[in-house]
Structures are given as C-alpha cells and as structure tokens.
Design a protein around this ligand. Structure first.
Ligand code: PMP
Length: 434
C-alpha cells in the first residue's frame, strides 16, 4: 500500500494487545502462500506462527480455495434460522464422525471466543432444570479461552489478558493447573484438588472447562492426559458438564486429531475453531450430544439462547469443508510427528542457556520458556531480520508451524531462535522487558 495509507493505518487501526501510544510498527503484508508471508518492501518471512495457530495446511491451500470458489458463485450468506445448506450439513456430519464418540450435534459460530460463550450457555441451560443454583464455572489456572466476557471469566486472570477489567467479568472458581507434565509419571494425588472443588462447590458449578493436554496462550504447557481421564470420571460423578476447549489443539496440532484422543475421552461439549477452516476465514463449532440437547430442551427457554447473524456462513463452512478434505489429502500425522522430532532435537540444547528455564515440544508446537518476560518488539525486530515470523509472548519464544513446512524453513525458524538467545547472552540483543 502507499505510504500515506500505511501511515493512516499505523496511526488509527488498532492491533491486538498492542500499545496505543507506541505500537509495534505493523508490517505491510501483500501476499501469503504456503508458509511464506510476502511484505511490500520485498522481504519474505517464513511463518512459524501459522497465522495465530490456524493455518495448519499453509496459506492458500488449493482444496480450500476451490471449495470456497464453488460456494461463492452459488450463494452469499443466508440466514440460518429456518434454513440449511449442504456445506453446513456436510461439515457437521464430518465433525460429528471425527470427534470423540457421543459428540453428535453441532452448533456453528463465528469465532473461538463465541464458541466458548455458547459452550458455557449450554452448560448453564442444561443445569437449569436439574439444579438451577449451578451457574458458575470451575477451571484451572494457566488457561486461556478467548476475549469475550464469559471466555475471559474462565481465562486465568494472571495470564494478563484482562487488565483492569476484572470487576466487569463474572467471577469463577479456579484450581491449580494440571500439575503433572506430559510424559512424566502419573500420580493419582494430582486429582485431589479437582475432587475437593467439585465436592465443595457442587451446588454452584455448572461446568468444568479446560484446554485438553496443551495450555496455549497460558504458556505452551503440556500436561498428562491421565488428568483428562480422571476429570471425565469426576465430572460425571458430580453431573458437572465437562467442556474441552480444542480451539488451539484440534485438527492434529498436538499429534492426535484432538488432544482428547490422548486420553480416549469424550467431553460433554467440545469447542473447535482456528484450524477448522485451515485459517482461511473465521468459523467455530461447538460439538455436543444427546445429554445436552435434552437438558437444554428442558430449560425454560426450550432452545439455546444464541443465534448469530452469520451462523454457518456458507463461505466459511465451505472453507471448513475444504480444510477437512485437505487434512485427508496428506499424512498430517506423519508430518506433525516429523516436525515434533526436529523440534525436540533442535530445541533441547537451548535449555543449557542461563536465560532459558526449559524447552518443551509436543506435536507441531515447540516452546522455549525464558527466565523472564520477553520484549516482544525487540525480539520481533531481530527475528524478522532473520527472515522468520515468530511472535514471542510472556516468557515464551515458540514455533507453531504449518504442518506442510519444509525442513529447511523449520530449521530457519529454529536457527533464528538460537541466534536470538545467543545474541541476548552476549548482550547484543535486549530481548527481556526492562
Ligand atoms: N480458546 C483457545 C484455547 C484459544 O487458544 C483461543 C485463541 N487463541 C480462543 C479460545 C479464542 O479464539 P478466537 O481468538 O477465535 O476468539
């Protein structure tokens, strides 16, 4: 774009969680293809972020484009109250077939945060006819579920996503994050706190929500899947609705199709988003089954109190259909496993740095936990100079590549992180917040 327009945009278009006085100068991207972002100044960046964790098959996947092009000529948006169309029906059928058993029903929504709102409403409306005092939610520390108010209420306030809005957000019940890391020996005592909270607050809790196996925005933390199995049993015993937020983990990211598959469990409600359309366009889905359908039907409203204008937008569900077909068209599991092996091998030596607390890898996610909060702007300036698009946050520098990334591009991401850390050790890069 021309300089005048870029200056206008930099002065007046707000960016997520950025300073309004001194924002990180946004880079002008003109094209994206495969795993590369092309900037107007001629630079090319390898995207190690998958467009904020959504572009799992790379940018511009031909199967997704083809499904969208076909749909674009058939019809634009049509309201979903009273109408149905084939791409929505087809995606719903595919989702209910591929998700864990019992998740037969689908509610389409606009974004991940909205899917979480819907999941919470489903749980409250389910409880209404059974125990109406159950209106609050139980969740774990370290979680992130989105930026709308209900989603914020079950996001750890300590993650820094709520600023001073605390008074505005419903108050929920938090317990410690699942303490046993992925791969560590299991100890049944790890469930005591959940058990105690369910016992103590059983008259108040409508549902228990968490991100299965991987806490994403809470710091790329991976925990033992046995926690999910035990939580499934406990929530069933107390008839508390178990909600698994698979918005970041769904569609293969952690090495299984869904992170719940590591535990072989089926939650009462599952939220999906991000990779659902291969990152092509915003769409989310809430999966549930007989129990919630019947429970919501018994509520005084007799229907779920949610109905967005763009529900099941035909273009968006066609993108989802394309993305599900794309997922079938290559061995994503082998790709994710290959990425995992490279990330494990290449990131582990970084743990020797005095600046690094730990490195962690699961599936196509590799994280380097630093000992202090990072200076995103300084790190990003260095990393773009190295030809990669990575956006560290909190204490975390991480790589979250599209599944189709080449070894060469993945190694470019890794080498850039290595150089970043060694530059910080030498004092040439000021990568920590002052
Ligand atoms: N849940 C999880 C686990 C997420 O990672 C995110 C987004 N990072 C959301 C919900 C919110 O999704 P969206 O940004 O599409 O509203």
């Amino acid at each position: 774009m021309n300089n005048e327009l870029l200056t206008f945009a930099r002065n007046h278009v707000w960016h997520p969680y950025d300073s309004l006085k001194d924002p990180i100068p946004a880079l002008d991207v003109v094209r994206a293809a495969g795993t590369t972002l092309y900037l107007s100044d001629g630079r090319e960046l390898t995207d190690g972020m998958s467009g904020w964790w959504s572009v799992c098959h790379g940018y511009g996947h031909p199967v997704i484009i083809s499904e969208m092009e076909k749909q674009l000529r058939r019809m634009s948006h049509v309201m979903f109250a009273g109408l149905i169309h084939e791409p929505a029906a087809e995606v719903a059928r595919r989702l209910s077939a591929m998700t864990p058993q019992g998740l037969s029903d689908v509610f389409f929504a606009d974004s991940g945060s909205v899917a979480v709102e819907i999941a919470l409403k489903m749980a409250v409306q389910y409880q209404e006819s059974r125990m109406p005092s159950r209106k609050r939610f139980l969740t774990v520390r370290g979680g992130y579920h989105g930026d709308t108010l209900g989603a914020m209420s079950v996001t750890d306030p300590g993650n820094g996503f709520s600023g001073s809005l605390g008074w505005y957000i419903p108050e929920q019940i938090f317990i410690s994050r699942p303490g046993i890391p992925f791969g560590a020996p299991w100890d049944a005592g790890a469930m005591d706190e959940l058990h105690e909270a369910l016992e103590r607050y059983q008259d108040e809790i409508a549902g228990f929500i968490l991100e299965p196996v991987m806490q994403g925005a809470g710091g790329m933390y991976f925990y033992h899947p046995e926690y999910l199995r035990a939580a499934r049993k406990l929530t069933r015993d107390y008839d508390v609705i178990f909600i698994c937020d698979e918005i970041a983990t769904g569609f293969g990211r952690t090495g299984e199709m869904f992170a719940c598959d590591y535990a072989g469990i089926s939650p009462d409600i599952m939220t999906l988003g991000k990779g659902l359309t291969g990152g092509m366009i915003s769409l989310s889905a809430v999966l549930t089954g007989d129990k919630i359908r019947e429970g919501v039907h018994r509520s005084s409203a007799r229907a779920l109190m949610h109905g967005p204008t763009f529900m099941a937008n035909p273009l968006a569900v066609s993108a989802a259909l394309g993305s599900l077909k794309a997922l079938e068209s290559y061995d994503w599991r082998a790709r994710v496993h290959h990425i995992e092996e490279i990330l494990k091998r290449e990131l582990a030596p970084l743990a020797a740095s005095p600046l690094v607390r730990e490195t962690r890898v699961l599936g196509a996610v590799g994280a380097v936990e630093m000992r202090q909060p990072v200076h995103t702007a300084a790190m990003q300036a260095f990393l773009t100079g190295e030809g990669v698009w990575l956006r560290p946050f909190g204490n975390i520098v991480y790589i979250y590549p599209p599944f189709v990334i080449t070894d060469e591009d993945l190694l470019r991401c890794v080498r850039s992180v290595e150089k970043l850390i060694s530059g910080m050790e030498k004092g040439v890069i000021r990568g920590f917040r002052e």
